[in-house]
Design a protein around this ligand. Structure first.
Ligand code: ZN
Ligand code: CU
Length: 485
């Protein structure tokens, strides 16, 4: 690497790499020149004069990856280096999924699943604007786009979130959501699967979907049920979005539980039909296990369950619930009770379903990683390299161009992240350089906190953010405001 002549400190030249531009188009060999925070030229034999040259020969030069499904609301503030994400080539995270957002809410003891964001006492931002200020002050290594969470709105306005909201409470929630959208939020998320959101009917959801649609945002949803009632739950999401005139993203699409294995054939056909009527996209993580808080309802004695954290029993993190129950001489249900509050991985999907949803054209990649878990699901550290390495290169499920598109261009378009997600002149220089032969996830269920292999260099807003396995000392991420209509 040449240090450059210092004339133009902020000009960078990625020389001789193979560009996969994020649109799904075929790769091509080209130099990429960056000035300030944007790409200013893409072509062959670009002049090196006055630039800091990074040799990318034999490497893929791709748009920085967009993690469309995260629970990184709090970790971007408390651990702004964002090593689990930047080491995968992720340059933007969408926070606030599944109805859970850190703002707008001030609360010292939130119920599950809101405690996923680092504990029950992390909620200190009364408005989205206050949260945006905090993100700008923390200056994380990655960009942040925010969703306003439905359960967060309910906890903020209701004494008891487990019942239907009154009209007055809904009015107050609408005000908070409008404030969030005005502060630049990208959209609204719901998680009516969870008890904190479940008492809301479709009328309540459509109200918020409408506000989101009016503001030009997107609606993401962890649907009511991903098991036997998955089709009805999809229909509820589609109806809600149609009533709100808003594009919808079905979160972490799956058919869970052995009785439903194989049914993604059905759900994808159903989604396909609905897509002729309205804009619908999906996100997913590339694993057969899900992960969330410990839920007694999910303990069926059939699927394997691994504990990821437990406040009363931290020593059980990483162990199987069945083994813990055997050791304690009690049922798994009883063990689950004694471990509360806690989290778990649920081995509730089948590989053919995972592959079918991954291949679906409207599916984007989202990790759903849980950064505060003691022994987290490996998706936190491994999602993106696993799609590129294991699923694209090793299994040949789709081309590398398609894999990159599902984590950049497609995602930026769905979430309206302006001038992000592709390599072209004028776009922000969020760029990931990786070795297509070496890219590989290293995180496993046994050893989940392992840095991915094969990511050489990551740029965020034109500055080097990660290189040679380490986060750069200067962080350059920012809050991404939704563009005006
Ligand atoms: Zn979810
Ligand atoms: Cu989630």
């Amino acid at each position: 690497m040449n240090p450059g002549n210092g004339k133009n400190q902020s000009a960078l030249l990625l020389r001789g790499g193979t560009v996969i531009d994020g649109t799904g188009a075929q790769r091509f060999v080209a130099d990429v020149r960056i000035e300030g925070e944007r790409i200013v030229a893409v072509g062959t034999n670009l002049a090196e004069e006055g630039t800091h040259v990074l040799d990318a020969t034999g490497k893929i030069v791709a748009p920085g990856f967009i993690d469309v499904h995260t629970h990184d609301d709090q970790v971007v503030l408390s651990a702004p280096q964002m090593l689990p994400k930047i080491s995968q080539g992720v340059t933007t995270v969408v926070i606030g999924n599944c109805g859970i957002s850190l703002a707008p809410l001030v609360h010292s003891n939130v119920p599950p699943p809101l405690n996923l964001l680092g504990g029950p006492d992390k909620y200190v931002y009364p408005t989205m604007a206050a949260y945006v200020t905090a993100v700008d002050a923390a200056r994380p290594a990655v960009n942040v786009a925010a969703l306003v969470g439905h359960s967060t709105l309910r906890i903020a306005t209701m004494d008891d979130p487990y019942r239907p909201a009154t009209p007055a409470e809904q009015t107050r929630m609408c005000e908070l959501l409008r404030e969030g959208m005005a502060a630049g939020a990208t959209g609204f998320s719901s998680g009516v699967f969870y008890p904190t959101g479940a008492a809301a009917d479709i009328d309540e959801l459509a109200l918020f979907a409408g506000i989101t649609g009016d503001a030009g945002g997107v609606y993401t949803t962890h649907i009511r049920q991903e098991m036997d009632k998955v089709l009805d739950s999809l229909d509820e999401a589609f109806d809600t979005a149609r009533r709100g005139k808003v594009p919808v993203v079905i979160s972490h699409h799956k058919c869970a539980g052995p009785r439903n294995w194989g049914r993604t054939v059905e759900t994808l056909a159903h989604i396909d039909a609905a897509r002729t009527q309205q804009p619908i996209a999906l996100d997913m993580y590339p694993y057969i296990a899900g992960s969330t808080v410990l839920r007694k309802e999910a303990v069926d004695g059939i699927i394997d369950i691994m504990v990821t954290w437990s406040t009363p029993h931290p020593e059980t993190a990483g162990r199987m619930l069945a083994a813990i129950a055997a050791e304690w001489g009690c049922s798994q249900q009883e063990a689950c009770e004694r471990l509360q509050p806690g989290g778990a991985c649920y081995f509730q999907m089948r590989e053919d379903d995972v592959q079918r949803v991954l291949q679906y054209p409207a599916t984007m990649i989202g990790s759903d990683g849980l950064p505060h878990d003691q022994h987290p699901h490996p998706r936190l550290w491994g999602t993106f390299p696993r799609v590129l390495g294991h699923y694209s290169r090793d299994l040949g499920l789709f081309s590398l161009e398609t894999a990159v598109h599902k984590m950049s261009g497609l995602s930026a378009r769905q979430f309206r992240l302006e001038d992000r997600g592709d390599i072209r002149v004028g776009a922000f220089a969020d760029i990931t350089v990786f070795d297509p032969m070496a890219i590989k996830d290293a995180a496993t269920f046994e050893r989940p906190k392992a840095q991915a292999l094969g990511v050489d260099c990551v740029l965020v807003n034109g500055a080097i953010a990660y290189r040679a396995g380490a986060v750069a000392p200067v962080r350059n991420g920012r809050f991404l405001r939704r563009p005006r209509n």
